[in-house]
Ligand binder design. Structure first.
Ligand SMILES: [Zn+2]
Length: 396
């Protein structure tokens, strides 16, 4: 299995890799992601699995007729964050195809349809809304709103995608009886517990907020310090407040993206826009964290003579995975059970279909970075675990 994994993995490795950093640039509906989608179609064809799309950019490859219903779905996403790692997403799709091979080698014939899925724009790395494909499919995101989203270059989703997405497809979702997403772990819990694979328990509630700070653009050399209305100061204070509040709340807060106008060395900025990503174990903690950050930002804006608006761009509630399904997987595999602070398409699907997740150990614990990794042996263990799960679900 290790050799089979390495063979398939090496086919994907060069696609979208920045040779300078080793990071990946696989944004939704760009050339590297299209190549990955072509690869998906090729893998499906090689296994005699017809591919269908849902009008939202999501791809499905079927073993058995999905119209029969009660289908078992597995897979993940191809797209990456800017300079992301190789494993976040693609590992779940490669493992899905290898699990199909494993079942066939064992002579297993599923009595339920088995689908491999590649969801579109899971990271929100291009258009800002994470799990875009799965949200459209399940009706959690309005297709007209999605169509109007723009990327950093001002390209709207409708142009990148080639039209307005189809939106909710209850006819397709009704066919799914279960969804299992295998994913690289985005922390070090499995290193600490000395296990290759885990089953997920919950996804922390999380969200993204845009912070627009406005001030007065002016000359860096001639404007007296006392006369300035500098939004960078308010922004900087808010970043520190987010970090402190996250520590106080036992939560996570990050400002990883900022845009400055006019972005000139010798100019006081007129506008600074930052994005806050916040996550916590309980929804009340998350709400309190964001409220405290907002309060500190408002207070500081008052002192700086700047303006501030805080806009929620996305919010994802606490996701508890299906207890029955998770319990079944846990009993079958005898592996640890872990919560996660990361969002996934599985979190979106969980509101509609009994859903579970498997994690594969990541020795660095680092994710969304070129340092993200997994050993071939652990990836092979992940495939074997997934195949056992799929056999259990499709044959019993
Ligand atoms: Zn992912």
């Amino acid at each position: 299995m290790e050799a089979a994994f390495r063979r398939l993995w090496d086919e994907l490795a060069p696609i979208g890799r920045d040779e300078r950093t080793g990071g990946y640039l696989r944004y939704a509906f760009t050339e590297p992601e299209e190549r990955l989608r072509d690869w998906f179609r090729g893998q499906a064809a090689a296994r005699g699995m017809p591919v269908e799309t849902d009008g939202n950019g999501n791809l499905f490859a079927w073993w058995g007729d999905p119209a029969a219903g009660d289908a078992v779905l597995t897979g993940s996403h191809f797209d990456s964050v800017p300079q992301g790692g190789a494993y976040d997403g693609p590992l779940g799709i490669v493992s899905a195809f290898l699990a199909v091979d494993e079942l066939r080698q064992q002579g297993v014939t599923p009595t339920r349809p088995l689908g491999v899925v590649a969801f579109a724009e899971e990271e929100g790395g291009r258009f800002g809304v994470p799990c875009l494909g799965s949200r459209l499919l399940t009706g959690a995101l309005d297709p007209a709103r999605a169509a109007a989203l723009t990327d950093r270059d001002g390209v709207c989703l409708a142009d990148a995608f080639g039209g307005v997405p189809a939106g909710a497809r209850p006819d397709l979702v009704a066919r799914f009886g279960a969804f299992v997403e295998l994913h690289v772990e985005q922390g070090r819990a499995l290193v600490e517990q000395d296990a290759a694979v885990a089953v997920a328990s919950v996804i922390w509630p999380h969200g993204r907020w845009r912070l627009d700070f406005t001030g007065e653009g002016n000359h860096a050399g001639t404007t007296r310090m006392a006369d300035r209305r500098d939004p960078m100061l308010t922004f900087a204070h808010t970043v520190l407040a987010a970090n402190r509040q996250a520590r106080l709340h036992g939560a996570h807060a990050t400002v990883g993206r900022v845009r400055v106008e006019p972005n000139a060395t010798n100019a006081i900025p007129s506008q600074v826009t930052g994005w806050l990503d916040a996550r916590a174990a309980e929804p009340e903690t998350l709400a309190s964290l964001v409220a405290e950050v907002r309060a500190e930002a408002v207070e500081r804006a008052h002192a700086d003579g700047t303006g501030l608006t805080l806009t929620e761009e996305s919010a994802t509630p606490l996701v508890g995975f299906d207890a029955g399904l998770t319990g079944r997987l846990r009993a079958l595999l005898d592996v640890p059970v872990l919560p996660t602070g990361a969002g996934h398409d599985a979190g979106v699907l969980a509101g509609h279909v009994p859903t579970a997740m498997l994690f594969v150990r990541n020795p660095t614990g680092v994710s969304h970075s070129p340092a993200e990794t997994a050993t071939d042996a652990d990836c092979a263990a992940g495939v074997v675990a997934l195949a056992r799960v799929l056999e259990e679900l499709t044959c019993r």
